[in-house]
Design a protein around this ligand. Sequence first.
Ligand SMILES: Cc1cc2nc3c(=O)[nH]c(=O)nc-3n(C[C@H](O)[C@H](O)[C@H](O)COP(=O)(O)O)c2cc1C
Length: 429
Amino acid sequence: MAQSDDMSLLTGAIGRQRDIYLKGIAGYKPSVPVDYAELEARAAEHMSPEAYAYVAGGAGNERTIDANQQAFERWRIVPRMLRDVSALDTRVELFGRTLASPILLCPIGVAEMAHRDADLAAARACAAEGVPMIFSNQASRPMEECAAVMGDSPRWFQLYWSKSRELVKSLVQRAERCGCDAIVVTLDTTMLGWRTRDLDLAYLPFLRGRGIAQYTSDPVFLESLNHLEDGGAPRPPINLATLKTLAQQLQNYSGNALEGLTSGKARAAVQQFISVYSKPDLTWEDLAYLREITPLPIILKGILHPDDARAALDHGIDGIVVSNHGGRQVDGAIATLDALSPIVDAVGGKLTIIMDSGIRGGAHVFKALALGADAVGLGRPWVYGLAINGEAGVREVLQNLKVDFELTMGLSGCRSIGEIGADCLSLAP
Ligand SMILES: Cc1cc2nc3c(=O)[nH]c(=O)nc-3n(C[C@H](O)[C@H](O)[C@H](O)COP(=O)(O)O)c2cc1C
């Protein structure tokens, strides 16, 4: 990570605060709540029970979600005074690109459950705010559509390594053509976690044909449908609900709907997705294949153990995302902020380190950076902004986080990202 020399003024932060307060004089309040608990509650009102459960929920008793928050509480910021914080520089450099702030948009699948514009709204918001977007492998819109509205704003692609190497290659090549700066391989989802809320609603969006747009827009995937045999896959009983699901599958099938209906391709696409999407026997050795097929930086998402971080370094990987998938995979897992320090000690400076899971405000960004992260990923909050107000909602959430971070930095006596270090924190008594 490096920084550039000239400084930007604090106008962004002051401007946003002033806007909100001035509008308040005319009787307006932010439509997207600034407070996180309010944001989540308001978003829930805009989402179906299934959508809200899918986004908010975690694995098992959801103790990992709690742990992510508790870990932030254990650290306290110790502000320093009289340091001339009139000019603040929040920029960081990641993989040769200078970013306005150390914040990226986490890849989140099935965004259509929050808003019909889904990934497209997020892509526009990211481009407007200069925040890199990580396209999800489980997106609701093909990466090409998103890239087309982003100009030259940075974007990365998140890959779920499927059983088909041809499909992996095709997705990676599409990402290259879409101008992605990096490939993020998510490692922690070889199987779907035990998601209590979704199980109680008996709802999995993928079975409805949702969140599979990267597949149904992929030539290798579509070609594979021609050779699909109905291997006696278990079928649900036929009733009104089953027919509704079939209609949803058709709606999400990117080909001709009539063809999808008559040939059964929409159902076949869902079935084929289920059979290829994950490769539980993936190992470190497979990564060499990715190195062979792309010159882009490779980032591993889901690293929590320092030995795995060291292994990433040994395998020529460029970066890692210290992540527990927002507590959606292993109940009772280590909080990412707790995992961060040992990983930084093991590989800091040699690998780019991004941290996600639990970032809910500027102080969280500050603490993660102070403990050695180069940047952070924002997850659920952007989906809540999307649910409330589409593209504008995502923009507001991003603006609020950027400003909150900038103010936290300045009020703590740090003028640039490089000045944020472990000496800015103290363990809570
Ligand atoms: C609804 C939902 C869908 C997600 N889909 C993906 C995905 O497709 N690929 C991925 O790598 N991570 C996915 N994640 C994990 C996020 O990228 C990120 O790690 C997590 O949301 C961070 O935790 P937080 O939301 O608590 O901040 C998803 C998370 C949520 C909440």
